[in-house]
Design a protein around this ligand. Sequence first.
Ligand code: 13P
Length: 340
Amino acid sequence: MDKALLSKTAAAMVAKGKGLLAADESSGTCETRFKSVGVECTEENRRAYRGLLFTTPGVEQFLSGVILFDETIRQKTNDGVPFPDYLAKKGILPGIKVDAGAKDMALHPGEKVTEGLDGLPKRLAEYFKLGARFAKWRAVITIGEGIPSHACLYANAHALARYAAACNEASIVPIIEPEVLLDGNHTAERSEEVHEATLRACYAALAAYNVEPEYVILKASMCVSGKNNPRQAGVDEVAERTVRVLRRTVPAAQPGVVFLSGGQSDEAATAHLNAMASMKGLPWPLTFSYSRALQNPPLKAWKGQAGNIGAAQKAFRHRAQMNGLAAQGKWRAELEKQAA
Ligand code: 13P
């Protein structure tokens, strides 16, 4: 366990004005996304699309790292350079999703537990050799009638902690991602309660497994209203609730917190981040680790056509830049400046 490397990696992940691109969609998720723009989900199309994103000129100003999928970390640019080497040369840290997906939890209808601990140390050693310096594990927490259960929070928190411990031993910074889904008709208040219970369980488990907060990054969801609730909490309410939960649960020693977009619109994800990052006196930097909120516009612009690559890269760079500004609380002012 190289603590100096872990500290250096964690600090770089949350460097000022930069955030992470989550490009670790499984082939199944990729299929859904590609289908929405009429692109066949072949290995070559996945490579071409990811290559388009990674080779976007200037995007390294706004991206500290990219989360890759097992297939992607082994793929190459059009010029034959392995993606992790290409990214590292550009000053972007390669990361890797290592969980094996959220599966139905036995005796817990409607709840999931994430698998992937078996053989993890061996896989981490290989990923480190391939260039990965951080990893991601996503747990899924669903809000509904009588759920999440204590057992679901407990099982997922312990899996996250065991994963984090294995990462640290391999000198890889673990992103722990307990995503509280926005599916349902719950209120933002209920989301806040569930976030608090979830994060408490996670940090208790991390401490129980001797994982030091200095070498962990949290990937958090935001306390938004359920997407089927007709009353949607406004930007400031979401920001206040989310930051309150984080302050109550996340150790100040942790190097940073990144957010997922979770199905929010591109602009809502940017506005929420901007509102939170504008708050004074936070103990950790906040930034983005978005998939959909960064990729929706470039995916729509690309549509699988080589002739659209320039337009797709422009759309991607724009979203990355806007979120880079939001991570510094400077996005709203920039919009106003542009409108004036
Ligand atoms: P979204 O930003 O689309 O939620 O994806 C982030 C992610 O990495 C989910 O695991």
